[in-house]
Structures are given as structure tokens and as C-alpha cells.
Design a binder for this molecule. Structure first.
Ligand code: Q9C
Ligand code: ZN
Length: 342
């Protein structure tokens, strides 16, 4: 299959994040995407092509316009206050505070448009965010044009980004925008299957009241793990979306034997929905050596994920999400893709 990849992700670099009471170098490293790209070449998965420029029309259909308009302005607002380094929020509109009045000052705006301090912004961030969006849509267009599958090597990732906020290293929800674009270009139903270790809270929120996009998440139980405040099994969709959101929370220590049972069940539900196309939110932070995660999948398990997805027999768009064991991220992510190809 073809891989779509942009070197413009490299400008999103050296971001700091808040971990266990300290501001530290972020886990979402430039080298992540470089290792995956190198492994695509090493195994001869297929050509690596650059993205086409896409407008933000489909993005505006899944994100709030005020949020999308804010994102490219963050760095200039930050530096206008004489600051450098990483732009980060430190206060958020939780219960008991006004969520309906937009502050004017950058610190208030950063908090208003985020749900954690996991989304640092540096000078090159917006260009990287936009390139990641373009990567997802270029790969979606390949599948739309008849390719059985395509790989969007997105960086930064997207699945924690909601309609109006960033969080968890995610700014634009690349998988959601791609799913919307596929709907806008002829697909009647789209399924998003999210296999990242963390619950894709943004994707769930965006499609929660819609029946035309099925969202299925396999993830660490939010009782134990980030993002903590969404991803429980009783979240099944709302209104027309009732029954089209499915969550498979799993406990710390989950291994292939348990995880693959959830995958099998999820694939059966997906097949029942009979979508025209499948979008896989491909995180490989389920790996046993991932530095921020607590599942136990082994390198040999990742090709089996791809094999199971291939058995659905549907056009498939893979969108890169998380995975922080940088030395193994290429082997594991590309392992899913070679497993898919058989
Ligand atoms: N010790 C994705 O995998 N930070 N995002 C957790 C860090 C949030 C992960 C605390 C992790 C977000 C796309
Ligand atoms: Zn993750």
C-alpha cells in the first residue's frame, strides 16, 4: 500500500509537557514518525508520497470554526507577550466556571481550547498540524479512488482532539476529518476503529449523535488511565447515534489473549454495520515496552491486528496515532500494515 508522509511534521519539535508534577520534554517526538517512515522503506511496503494541499472544509464540518481559526494564531499571540519556548495552558473551564465566555488573553484562550497540558505549541506546530491533516486527506483520497488501503503517516496525532479543543498531543482530529471527507465524497457509512491504547475521546465526541459514522474504541479503562473522563462501556451514542458508539475498556496488564477478544467482538460489530470504508486510528502504544502505557502486546502481535482487519474485506485507511517506544514504533506500526497485506 502507499504511505502518505510529510517532512513538515519536523517543525513540531521540542515541546514540553506536564508529567507527574514536572515540566519535561514531551513523549510525542519527531523521531516517532521518522522511525515509522524508515520501516516503511525497509520492508518495501510501497511508495511514500507527499500530501496534496487540502482546504479545511471537511475539518470545519467536524471542528468548531472558532477553534480552527484560533489554532494558527497561538504562536504569534504567545510571542507577542514576549514569551518563547512552548505555549501551554495552566487553567481550564471545569464545572462551576463559565464555559460560554471566550477570554481575550492568550492564557485564557489556551485553557478554553484544551482539556490538558499535553498540547504544547512551538513555532512550527501549526504547519505540522496542517500537514498532518493534509496527509490524512491525501490518503483518504487514495482509498476513495479505489486503492484497497492506504497509510496516513500523520504526526501530530489526532484522536484526542474534540470539536472545540486540543489535548493528548492532538490538535486536528485527522481520522475524524478523513471520515467526514469520505462521507462528503460518496461513502454512505464509515466506521472508525480506534486501536490506540488511549480512548479516542475526541473522535467519540465528534460523532456521538450521528448514525452515519460508527466509532469503536479499544482502550485502557478510563477508571485507571488517561483521558479518565470518557471511554466507559455505557457510552453508546445519542439520538440518531444511539448504538453507533462502542467502547471496549480494558484493565492495566491486558495482553493479546484478552485484547484480541475485544478486537474480534469489535470486528463483528463493525461487519454488522456494513460500512463502505473503514478508518483505523492506528496507535501502537499497546506495546509492552511503551513508556507511558500499561498493556502487554508484543511485537509479534501487531501483524495479527492487521490480519484481523483485513478479514473484514473493506477499503481501509490507516491513520497514525500514538506509540512512544520510539525504537520499536516502526516495527510495530508497519507490522500491522504488513499483516494486513498478508
Ligand atoms: N505521563 C496519544 O496516544 N499524557 N496520546 C499522559 C503523561 C497523555 C497520548 C500523561 C497521553 C496522550 C495520541
Ligand atoms: Zn495513545
Amino acid at each position: 500500500m502507499k504511505t502518505v508522509f510529510s517532512p513538515r511534521h519536523r517543525g513540531h519539535a521540542d515541546q514540553l509537557e506536564l508529567v507527574a508534577g514536572a515540566i519535561v520534554p514531551g513523549f510525542e517526538l519527531v523521531s516517532r514518525a521518522e522511525y515509522v517512515s524508515a520501516q516503511v522503506q525497509a520492508v518495501g511496503l510501497g511508495p511514500i508520497i507527499p500530501p496534496d494541499e487540502h482546504d479545511l472544509a471537511s475539518a470545519h464540518r467536524v471542528h468548531r470554526s472558532d477553534y480552527l481559526n484560533f489554532l494558527p494564531t497561538i504562536w504569534s499571540r504567545w510571542t507577542a507577550e514576549g514569551r518563547n519556548g512552548t505555549a501551554l495552558p495552566f487553567t481550564w473551564p471545569t464545572r462551576g466556571l463559565r464555559g460560554d465566555v471566550l477570554p481575550e488573553f492568550i492564557d485564557g484562550l489556551l485553557g478554553y481550547y484544551s482539556f490538558d497540558a499535553g498540547c504544547g505549541i512551538v513555532e512550527g506546530s501549526w504547519d505540522a498540524i496542517k500537514s498532518s491533516h493534509d496527509v490524512a486527506l491525501t490518503a483518504a483520497a487514495l482509498v476513495h479512488a479505489g486503492e484497497r488501503a492506504a497509510f496516513a503517516l500523520c504526526r501530530p496525532p489526532g484522536h484526542h482532539a474534540g470539536a472545540g479543543f486540543m489535548g493528548g498531543y492532538c490538535y486536528i482530529n485527522n481520522a475524524a476529518v478523513a471520515a467526514q471527507w469520505l462521507r462528503d465524497n460518496g461513502a454512505k457509512r464509515v466506521s472508525i476503529l480506534d486501536v490506540d491504547y488511549h480512548h479516542g475521546n475526541g473522535t467519540q465526541e465528534i460523532f456521538y449523535a450521528r448514525g452515519d459514522v460508527q466509532v469503536i474504541n479499544l482502550h485502557a479503562d478510563p477508571m485507571q488511565e488517561y483521558p479518565y473522563f470518557l471511554g466507559h462501556a455505557d457510552e453508546r451514542g445519542l439520538g440518531e447515534g444511539e448504538g453507533y458508539n462502542l467502547n471496549y475498556p480494558m484493565r492495566f496488564g491486558t495482553d493479546w489473549a484478552r485484547w484480541s477478544q475485544s478486537l474480534d467482538d469489535a470486528c463483528a460489530q463493525l461487519a454488522d454495520y456494513a460500512p463502505d470504508v473503514v478508518v483505523i486510528s492506528l496507535g501502537v502504544d499497546t506495546f509492552e515496552k511503551d513508556p507511558i502505557s500499561k498493556f502487554k502486546l508484543k511485537t509479534e502481535d501487531f501483524p495479527k491486528i492487521g490480519e484481523r482487519i483485513a478479514r473484514l474485506g473493506l477499503p481501509t485507511l490507516f491513520v497514525m496515532e500514538g506509540g512512544y517506544a520510539v525504537a520499536e514504533i516502526g516495527t510495530n506500526a508497519v507490522g500491522v500494515l504488513t499483516g494486513f497485506e498478508g
